[in-house]
Design a protein around this ligand. Structure first.
Ligand code: SAM
Length: 275
């Protein structure tokens, strides 16, 4: 049963969600609260959203809050989304890195990785370009705040529908094997990535990840307030090595958000480096 949410409940719950994840939701998103949280309310026997809020506040282990955030995250993604970040990777950013550090370890971070398509697309693109370990040393990390998204990413199992969004037939057969109606990424690819649950707005969690030469942080800041966007990109600047590069979503811009980055262009493809 769908349970209607009031404006004051949106204000209370929205404030709590923003504080825990950065995701900014206002009254225009009432349908999102109702469609995503009604099943939880029904399951817990809550008749209204303030009941859910009180339960979250009383759950000191934080499991219900995790579930709440998980439900309110939009995990929309696809393989080779926007194409250009993956071309930039193999045509410019990775060759530049190994030219400057022939024996160095390349650190790549897919921040807000959702269900893993972004990080697996990077690996497939690198391997197809002949950039593979052990000749080229690399460390890949994929993180997301959503428990269910990051668990799915680390399983690497996708439906035909998910694969139809961006995955070419030749790559599918090269990098996946079928399991029933689904396809699973080959173990040697999966094993190249470390998956972690990380809140991008928690500076301590970011510091513990170390420094990165390439950061993908695409299509997550669109859900944040300007203040949290600024916090996020300033923190990413701290996590980036001096010559490191940042890639954001094709509809996103850092203009007016932070002056910590300079916009760079290579063959009409955009990325950012620290000023
Ligand atoms: C729309 S998806 C983008 C996925 C991928 N980067 C892409 O562009 O295809 C946004 C992801 O950001 C995650 N997210 C939202 N708030 C976050 C936060 N504070 N910290 C980390 N991840 C967050 C969501 O769980 C979701 O998986």
């Amino acid at each position: 049963m769908r349970i209607q949410i009031t404006d004051s409940e949106i204000e209370t719950l929205g404030k709590y969600i923003k504080e825990k994840s950065g995701i900014a939701l206002d009254a225009s998103k009432a349908y999102l609260f109702e469609s995503r949280l009604s099943p939880i309310l029904n399951e817990l026997g809550c008749s209204n959203y303030l009941g859910l809020y009180s339960l979250c506040k009383r759950d000191f282990a934080g499991r219900l809050t995790t579930r709440l955030i998980d439900a309110m995250c939009t995990n929309e993604t696809s393989f080779f989304r926007d194409k250009s970040p993956f071309l930039l990777l193999v045509q410019k950013l990775v060759p530049d890195f190994y030219e400057q550090n022939p024996y160095g370890t390349l650190n790549i971070w897919s921040a807000a990785a959702s269900t893993g398509q972004e990080v697996y697309s990077s690996i497939m693109q690198l391997i197809d370009a002949g950039i593979t370990p052990p000749r080229f040393k690399m460390r890949l990390i994929a993180t997301d705040i959503s428990d269910t998204a990051i668990a799915k990413a680390s399983r690497g199992k996708y439906t035909k529908f998910e694969l139809a969004r961006g995955m070419e037939g030749a790559k599918l057969h090269k990098y996946f094997h079928p399991v029933g109606d689904d396809w699973v990424i080959k173990e040697e690819i999966r094993a190249m990535v470390t998956f972690k649950k990380i809140n991008l707005l928690d500076p301590l969690q970011l510091t513990l990840l170390g420094k990165f030469d390439i950061i993908f942080c695409r299509n997550v800041a669109i859900y944040f307030s300007m203040e949290d966007k600024r916090k996020l990109f300033d923190a990413l600047g701290t996590q980036l090595t001096p010559n490191g590069s940042l890639m954001i979503g094709s509809t996103e811009s850092l203009l007016g958000v932070t002056d910590r980055f300079a916009k760079k262009e290579f063959r009409s493809m955009i990325y950012y480096q620290k000023t």
